[in-house]
Design a protein around this ligand. Structure first.
Ligand SMILES: Cc1ncc(C[n+]2csc(CCOP(=O)(O)OP(=O)(O)O)c2C)c(N)n1
Ligand SMILES: [Mg+2]
Length: 668
């Protein structure tokens, strides 16, 4: 790096009252990530690290943002923001260990590069999918608003990431809810090989602020003084007047997307223009020209940092490679949860399934002051199923939140709330709509505890199921999409009393729970339900009928179809298991039932292929083979979308095929 007083400086640096200490500190803060990167590029060439996303040339942005936030305020960086981590003073050997997949990193070797978070340093690292970070920032900011702590948070994206739907959703939510988030777009000219001209079709990304009703600024991202001073003023004001602010930083990516991918597609003139705008070299030249630093001082800063890097590299390289055991790995998928059983009181009241859900939810809101519920039309309107009617009046607008139509951002915001000490319940208006929030559920909520020990204390309520003539998009029971994903619990009650107690536990449990509520049961199934708050354990099936001829294992609406068969066949001895929870699955109860009868029928409302019945069938085949006296039978819906017209829907659903299947199995 050259840093001479003769260097011609392309920026109009103006000090505006900043003292020398601040100026020198900003310089040193930029120098550190630059020197770390220079070292990493050498290590990469030597094959000692695997992948590197360079932020060379963009240091002023990371450093500027991290310098105007207090250490208690969350920052959500992306893959080029090394300067955020170093400005937060994370010990370098921990960063190096993280990149080498070693134990003293932040993810026990489970995730790579900058894909980690740390509550200690209030940094929430990205998932590869980029966009969900903005929604998570919304949730963190909402947590701050509810705590009234006057804190803000900052989140990053590249200009390429801004094309993702998640980004639009999150900006819109932040604006509608006045969330104090500093949204930082680092416009560095390219997203992998895609130039800005193929990424968006407006002049400046900051222009989009108008569309979101959001204050927006363009900042010269390579000029550290511009970045620092402007952000200082903006963020000071945001703390007093909470609101989102969108900032587009104009900068440039000086190296490839990652080191292996090169920069052949970038015109040389562009590289030269931006090389002349190097944020670190120019600032050094300026500080020398102003007589604030000498070349000797600069060299001694460099020596100090290089020494720190080398010492810390020795520590990281000296650390042994990570190893783990199967049980270690499995234990970290979920946060450990000390289930407290709260007994049912003897006072009961006959209520419908839908009322039991409402009661469970309301009593949980009373019990957990940090619980926030979010969903479309859930406030004044009370939700489309009227489950949250009256909640707004009792708990207020802060905790009972109508959302715009943006499932993905709200799932991500739930994650952010969990990071910032809250519990969140999100109501999917219909379980079918979860597809629009699928990514953050399976990639953010499900994987965070395993990756960096951050549990997602979130319940997603899923009004599901057919039998109500609602057609292909309001009838699905899509639990299998989630039982397949490690890191999610899946609960699926069939009765009001179970629904109430299991919902309470799902909310107590710090892990993400997909909570399925069958719409056809909402108003058709009534039961005596204890009036007070109580809990039921997740992962325990219920044996509803004891028998010796055949076992029927099912859940949700299937339980009621099976009960109907039992009523119709007093001469047959049917063992009926209501699973109640699909993940974790009560395999003990399943195996015990198979052992009692030797014949098992698995009944599921979803289409057959790839459903949970198939997995249970495999488990039984593996674990109860010698107890079986017949083939394991699965009864499920047709392999078609769910039709609307009554006769077609009836034909789709498995209930009418249940009778014959039972006969066949009995006769086997
Ligand atoms: C959902 C998703 N799509 C694509 C990718 C691959 N990908 C990762 S980073 C990236 C480019 C991002 O560009 P930009 O947001 O401008 O950030 P930059 O790398 O330029 O800093 C791409 C295409 C991904 N990780 N996730
Ligand atoms: Mg980019």
């Amino acid at each position: 790096m050259k840093s001479t007083a003769e260097h011609s400086i392309p920026f109009d640096y103006s000090i505006d009252g900043l003292d020398n200490e601040t100026l020198i500190s900003l310089y040193k803060r930029m120098l550190k990530p630059r020197l770390i990167e220079e070292k990493m590029l050498i290590l990469l060439r030597q094959g000692k690290i695997s992948k590197w996303f360079s932020g060379i040339g963009q240091e002023a942005i990371s450093v500027g943002v991290a310098s105007v936030l207090s250490k208690e305020e969350y920052i959500l960086p992306m893959h080029r923001n090394l300067g955020v981590f170093t400005t937060r003073e994370i010990p370098l050997h921990r960063l190096f260990a993280q990149w080498q997949g070693k134990a003293s990193g932040f993810t026990k070797g489970r995730d790579r590069s900058f894909h980690f978070g740390t509550q200690q340093y209030k940094i929430v690292g990205m998932i590869s999918h980029l966009g969900p970070q903005f929604g998570v920032a919304d949730g963190i900011a909402l947590g701050n608003l509810l705590k009234e702590n006057k804190q803000i948070c900052a989140v990053f994206t590249g200009e390429g990431g801004t094309s993702e739907g998640d980004i639009h959703e999150a900006l819109n939510v932040a604006s509608v809810w006045s969330l104090p988030v500093l949204f930082c777009i680092e416009n560095n000219g390219y997203g992998l090989s895609t130039p800005t001209s193929e990424q968006y079709n407006c002049e400046h990304l900051a222009d989009r602020g108008k569309g979101y009703g959001m204050e927006a600024h363009i900042i010269e991202g390579n000029n550290i003084l511009e970045v620092y001073k402007q952000l200082k003023a903006i963020t000071d004001d945001m703390r007093e007047n909470p609101r989102p602010v969108l900032v587009e930083f104009k900068t440039f990516r000086m190296r490839g997307h990652e080191e292996a991918s090169g920069t052949k597609y970038v015109p040389k003139e562009l590289m030269d223009t931006w090389a002349a705008k190097d944020p670190v070299e120019n600032f050094a030249a300026f500080l020398q020209a102003e007589g604030i630093l000498t070349e000797t001082q600069i060299n001694s800063f460099k020596d100090e940092i290089v020494q720190e890097i080398n010492e810390n590299l020795d520590i990281a390289f000296g650390e042994e490679a990570i190893s783990s055991t199967e049980s270690n790995e499995l234990n970290d998928v979920f946060k450990s949860f000390d289930y407290q059983h709260i007994e049912k009181n003897s006072n009961t009241e006959e209520i419908r399934f839908v009322d039991a859900i409402a009661q469970g939810l309301k009593q949980s809101m009373e019990r957990h002051e940090n619980l926030v519920i979010m969903g479309q039309d859930i406030a004044e309107y009370g939700g489309v199923f009227k489950i949250t009617e009256g909640f707004l009046e009792q708990f207020g607008k802060g905790r009972v939140r109508n959302t715009p139509i943006c499932e993905s951002a709200i799932v991500s915001a739930s994650m952010g709330l969990a990071i910032n000490d809250h519990k969140a319940v999100m109501e999917m208006q219909f379980a079918d709509f979860v597809t629009s929030g699928f990514n953050p559920i399976v990639n953010y909520l499900a994987k965070s505890h395993y990756r960096w020990a951050q549990a997602a204390d979130v319940v997603v309520r899923m009004p599901c199921g057919a039998g109500v003539g609602a057609g292909p998009f309001h009838s699905q029971t899509n639990e299998a999409w989630f039982t397949h994903t490690p890191g999610l619990k899946v609960v699926y009650p069939a009765f009001p009393a179970d629904a109430k107690g299991l919902l309470a536990t799902a909310i107590e449990d710090p892990n993400p729970v997909m909570f399925f509520e069958h719409k056809a049961l909402y108003r058709s199934i009534r039961q005596e339900v204890p009036t007070d708050y109580y809990t039921l354990p997740i992962g325990k099936a219920a044996q509803l009928n004891e028998g010796t001829d055949i076992s029927i294992i099912t859940y949700g609406a299937g339980v009621h179809w099976a009960l109907h068969e039992i009523q119709q066949r007093p001469e047959v001895s049917i063992d009926l298991i209501d699973l109640r929870t699909l993940q974790p699955l009560d395999t003990e109860a399943i195996y015990e039932s198979v052992k009692r009868t030797g014949k098992v029928l698995l009944l599921q409302e979803d289409s057959m292929f790839g459903g949970i019945a198939s997995d249970i069938s495999a488990l039984i085949a593996e674990h109860c083979f010698e107890h079986l006296d017949g083939p394991i039978v699965r009864v499920a819906s047709l392999e078609t979308p769910i039709p609307f017209a009554g006769a077609l829907e009836k034909n789709y659903l498995p209930q009418q095929r249940l009778n014959t299947a039972i006969d066949k199995l009995l006769a086997y």
